[in-house]
Design a protein. Structure first.
Lengths: 343, 309
């Protein structure tokens, strides 16, 4: 009897593991008219984090919904040592495309791509040199312009800061995160100078996590003590924690004087402190990958996303941003699109 | 460094130490009965989810705390049955809990709230400021302007110390962790106390997780426990299996975390990873100097078979 109960307990635990993933979102049935393609999505944070994970997931769902001959599956909350195994599992299940949204997956993507030459690998925020490093030529980088992402947030920060101190919170010290930080700082300083302000950007800080929202609270508190009044971040749930701390500070002060700029989707209204968002439409890059897989031309490319081709844009601004500043901000965005910003 | 900065660092250290303390006290009670439970991370994960969900649906943070405790107990009963009744390996089942419980929490969260939707947020437990005392410079905010859960966490340390050192019941409890067969010959219900320790452990670890989502963060994210269960395990060893020591270890870990955050923000040029490793380095050094065999319960992690000679 005890052995049976022990076996049952083990079975319950194995089923527990299966709860980490999901399959069949917007699934399409195989039909006689053509092949149904399958895309697998892996993620090291949660799809419900209200930030990066949620945005990446939603954009893939949107892309799949617009393409009825595609179906998707996903695994989120992966630890670093799980990237390889998750991708191999999907390759073995016959998936056509693996979608990995982040530079941190590069090593695992290249390793699995070398072992599965018939599977396509699209890496969001992959390096420019990653496709060339793939021995089978089956890797494509989807590369939103990190500097422009930083510019979009930085220009608004430079216009809105009263204290002249702006802050950035990162999850991990990745190349793409650094590019966003550097763009944020240079745009804030440039715009601030134009407005007659002296802008100080606190050094980028890293939580070494994308899940621990408590860390975001503590980082934001420490940065507000240093005078920061406009925040931008690239840290998933850490950003949610930071916004909580900012909201609490504003509540205690009786007015909203500290702001946050969200990314990569339009999160206006999620927290009182969010005045605007930088929006990245990754779904259009994903759909380009779908077409390449269908045509048999996938791999070896870098698909850039920027303001010029509409992949990057600014979200709505709320009423905390005065109309005069909105006008100036949109003029700066036009300059960015025209390639004359900071020229 | 001004007093304001020091006060802010100490406040942050206390905030970060309290969930660790609750989870570490769970392990202390468990190990005092010889039950090594490395599944704290999983117990806290279900506690965090249960705490968040009940608070979200009822608007009552105390209901959330209670739900965290119940969820922790229910999950830990799997460990209890497997290790006490089936005499299975503690480490294996503790790790199984760490795999099962967070996945279970993710599953329940997604069934309840759907996938990829907006961020769900709750109102946190309100702080209770003690009049007059809260105005004492430096210590006022630190000691007398916190949520009731903070007061309860520190009261638990006091209770634990008194219980294990000054009461007959506490000595009986400890004897199960030291020499269960000898305890049994004295008429102590060894199996019952082991189960009781698992219930207490599940409740406290669940409350530790629920603290994160009812008193600290307004949102629930999968992975919110973020390794605190493992740090709590280290805190019990670092704290030499006594309440005051464990509290000191948790405050030390919290202080190191608060310091590394302030040092990153202050841009002193010292790599932040250096400060992140201090608590773990300290644990290794302390263990190397003092050793762990003298302090821990002697029958820790060993199966108890009533009929065995």
């Amino acid at each position: 009897m005890k052995k049976i109960i022990a076996l049952l307990l083990a079975v319950v635990m194995v089923f527990g593991l299966a709860a980490c993933g999901g399959e069949g979102e917007a699934a399409a049935d195989n039909n006689a008219e053509g092949k149904t393609y399958k895309v697998a999505f892996i993620l090291n944070c949660s799809i419900s984090d209200g930030g990066w994970g949620t945005a990446c997931y939603s954009e893939l769902v949107a892309a799949v919904e617009r393409n009825e001959n595609w179906e998707m599956a996903y695994t989120d909350n992966l630890a670093q040592d799980g990237y390889y195994d998750a991708m191999v599992a999907y390759c073995n299940e016959g998936f056509d495309l693996i979608y990995a949204p982040g530079g941190e997956y590069t090593d695992a993507v290249l390793q699995v791509a070398a072992e599965y030459p018939d599977v396509a690998f699209a890496q969001l925020n992959g390096g420019e040199d990653t496709p060339a490093a793939a021995v089978n030529g089956n890797v494509t980088s989807l590369l939103p312009n990190g500097q422009q992402i930083g510019w979009i947030a930085g220009a608004l920060a430079g216009l809105m800061t009263e204290t002249g101190t702006v802050a950035f919170i990162g999850g991990m010290e990745l190349t793409t995160t650094l590019a966003k930080y550097e763009g944020f700082v240079e745009a804030a300083k440039y715009v601030g100078e134009k407005e007659g302000k002296s802008i100080t950007a606190l050094d980028a800080v890293y939580a070494n996590s994308y899940d621990d929202s408590a860390k975001g609270i503590e980082f934001a508190n420490a940065m507000m003590e240093q005078g920061a009044d406009v925040f931008f971040g690239d840290a998933s749930a850490i950003d949610s924690g930071a916004r909580q701390a900012i909201d609490e500070k504003n509540k205690a002060a009786g007015s909203i004087k500290v702001f946050d700029i969200a990314q990569p989707a339009d999160y206006l209204g999620q927290n009182e402190c969010i005045i605007g968002s930088q929006v990245t439409d990754n779904s259009s890059l994903i759909e380009l990958s779908f077409r390449a897989v269908e045509d048999g031309t996938f791999g070896g490319e870098v698909l850039y996303g920027n303001l010029e081709n509409g992949v990057l844009s600014t979200g709505a601004l709320n009423d905390l941003v005065p109309q005069e500043i909105k006008d100036k901000y949109l003029a700066y965005i036009e300059e960015m699109i025209a390639g004359t910003f900071m020229q | 460094m001004s007093m304001d900065v020091i006060s802010s660092i100490v406040l942050a250290a206390v905030r970060m130490a309290v969930p660790l303390l609750l989870i570490a006290m769970a392990e202390l009670w468990s190990e005092r009965a010889g039950m090594v439970n490395i599944g704290l991370e999983g117990l806290a994960a279900v506690g965090a989810l249960a705490g968040f969900m009940l608070t979200f649906y009822t608007g009552n943070t105390w209901a959330g705390i209670l739900a965290g405790a119940v969820a922790g107990i229910l999950v830990n009963l799997i460990y209890a049955y497997a290790t006490v009744s089936l005499c299975a390996n503690h480490t294996v089942y503790g790790m199984a809990i760490n795999l099962l419980a967070p996945a279970l929490a993710s599953f329940i969260y997604r069934v309840s709230f759907g996938t990829g939707g907006g961020l769900n947020q709750i109102e946190l437990m309100k702080g209770v400021a003690i009049p007059v005392l809260k105005d004492i410079p430096f210590l006022g905010d630190l000691l007398f302007n916190q949520t009731p859960m903070v007061y309860l966490a520190f009261a638990l340390v006091l209770f634990t110390n008194i219980y294990f050192r000054k009461t007959k019941s506490g000595l009986n409890f400890k004897s199960v962790g030291e020499h269960p067969k000898a305890a049994a010959t004295l008429g102590i219900n060894v199996i019952g106390i082991k189960y009781l320790s698992c219930v207490i452990c599940g409740a406290l670890a669940g409350i530790g997780g629920a603290y994160l989502t009812t008193c600290y963060s307004t949102t629930y994210t999968e992975g919110i426990v973020s390794g605190r269960g493992f740090i709590a395990l280290a805190a019990v060893i670092f704290g030499r299996w006594n309440g005051t020591g464990v509290m000191g270890a948790c405050l030390f870990f919290g202080l190191c975390d608060a310091l590394q955050i302030r040092l990153q923000v202050s841009s002193l040029g010292v790599p932040y990873q250096f400060f992140q490793m201090i608590p773990y380095l300290a644990t290794v050094v302390v263990l190397a100097i003092i050793g762990s065999k003298k302090a821990g319960p002697k029958a820790n992690g060993l199966p108890y078979r009533k009929e065995e000679r």
